[in-house]
Design a protein around this ligand. Structure first.
Ligand SMILES: *Cc1c(COP(=O)(O)O)cnc(C)c1O
Length: 420
């Protein structure tokens, strides 16, 4: 098919993420991805500033990931996981347990499903003894698009009013204060007091607390103070409720630490990982828990058809091996430094509300929602791929980006911030 035919059929039949049909703005046809570059059908080459939504940390068409997939394909593409097991899944579970300090690994098809499973675990964990099913979270969060996950997303961003009849009601604490705040800032102390009071007030209904550790991703790209996470851990212990860490976006080095929880030095009771797990190759996620939680859950009522898919597990194993080999900490620090330096200039633009960077995540927040097509025209003219949303022009480049790639991404973001 040529590019015109692809676009014609796309407009005729395809539904894109968070879009109407036909889409208001046509998509761009991509025909190849190699390293950190996407090649469009019209021949343009773009540096990928998005890692395909936090996932492609090693870059595209990676020989090691390709080889892992091809090798696995010759053994078996898939077998059911009920009553059968295999090396790729077992190896992956061992590696994840080793990386996280958790004991049990439930493999799921996607991040949202991993969050559903975490919520089920928490409810089943409580079922035998107290029968609670309410969760507490903070505003500004994002945990996925299925109903259980949606119910703990920010109620405004997550458009809860559209689904009010079917979403369970949970308890929402205010947005946590920003990452950079001084440890002795009175605003932080006030927030922690408020959090403690809220948890105490609802302690007899709560099964679990669920948060994205330190970085709130799709709910607003905000970085919050690790003291909030430490307080949530203490409150969970004090009131005997579980702490669920949704590390789907933050996991595997993105924030500068291996996991978001490492910023606070805490370990959750249940943890979700996804996105970068397969290096962006296939949909796979996992819900992990401690032995203590698993023992009380008993028979977990979940079992996806494609659970433990050997192809996805094999490419995840190769991706985690690559992560262990690559100097990701230094790479993320270098991307962070490049984004800090490169985005500084955007602070003075009249339409810009805030500029912030943490690890390999760079954000320009604007006062008013951006015109996505216009911003994309500007950054694509500078050879960069970004997908802004709402009031956010942001990047989370692959760890494989060179300093020049990062400079190019930051310069494109600054140029975009000049036309708001
Ligand atoms: C993306 C994301 C999810 C959902 O993952 P999907 O694979 O898109 O279902 C859940 N939680 C967080 C924190 C995410 O960033």
């Amino acid at each position: 098919m040529d590019a015109d035919e692809i676009l014609r059929l796309d407009l005729r039949h395809v539904w894109h993420p968070y879009a109407a049909v036909p889409a208001g703005v046509p998509a761009h046809v991509v025909c190849r991805a190699e390293g950190v570059r996407l090649t469009l059908a019209d021949g343009r080459e773009l540096v990928d500033g998005m890692s395909s939504w936090w996932a492609a940390v090693h870059g595209y068409n990676h020989p090691r990931l390709n080889e892992a997939l091809r090798g696995q394909l010759d053994d078996m593409a898939h077998v059911m996981f009920g009553g059968l097991t295999h090396e790729p899944a077992v190896r992956l579970a061992r590696t994840l347990a080793g990386m996280t300090g958790m004991d049990r690994v439930f493999l799921a098809d996607s991040g949202s499903v991993a969050v559903e499973i975490a919520i089920k675990m928490a409810i089943q964990h409580d079922a035998g003894h107290r029968g609670r099913s309410t969760l507490l979270t903070v505003r500004g969060g994002y945990h996925g698009d299925t109903f259980g996950a949606m119910s703990v997303c920010d109620p405004v961003n997550g458009m809860h009013h559209l689904f009010s009849g079917v979403l369970p009601r949970h308890v929402f604490a205010p947005r946590p204060p920003a990452y950079g705040l001084d440890d002795d800032d009175p605003r932080l102390a006030a927030y922690l007091d408020e959090l403690s009071a809220l948890v105490a007030a609802h302690a007899d209904e709560l099964a679990a607390i669920i948060v994205e550790p330190v970085v709130q991703g799709a709910g607003g790209m905000r970085f919050y103070h690790p003291a909030c996470l430490r307080r949530l851990r203490e409150l969970a212990d004090e009131h005997d409720v579980l702490l669920i860490a949704d590390e789907i976006a933050t996991g595997f080095g993105r924030t500068g630490e291996l996991f978001g929880c490492d910023h606070a030095g805490i370990r959750p009771d249940i943890m979700c990982v996804g996105k970068a797990l397969t290096g962006g190759y296939l949909s796979l996620a996992a819900t992990l828990c401690t032995e203590r939680v698993a023992a009380r859950v008993g028979v977990l009522m979940h079992g996806p058809t494609f659970m433990g898919n050997p192809l996805a597990a094999a490419v995840a194993n190769a991706s985690l091996d690559l992560l262990a080999e690559r100097p990701w900490r230094a790479e993320v620090a270098q991307i962070e430094a490049g984004l800090v330096a490169g985005l500084a200039e955007a602070r003075d633009a009249p339409g810009v509300k805030d500029v912030r960077v943490l690890g390999a995540i760079g954000v320009i927040e604007t006062h008013r929602p951006v015109d996505v097509a216009k911003i994309q025209d500007i950054v694509m003219a500078r050879g960069v791929w970004l997908r802004p949303f709402g009031t956010l022009i942001y990047a989370m480049p692959p760890y494989a980006c060179t300093p020049e790639d990062v400079d190019r991404i930051a310069a494109a973001m600054v140029a975009a911030s000049g036309v708001l």
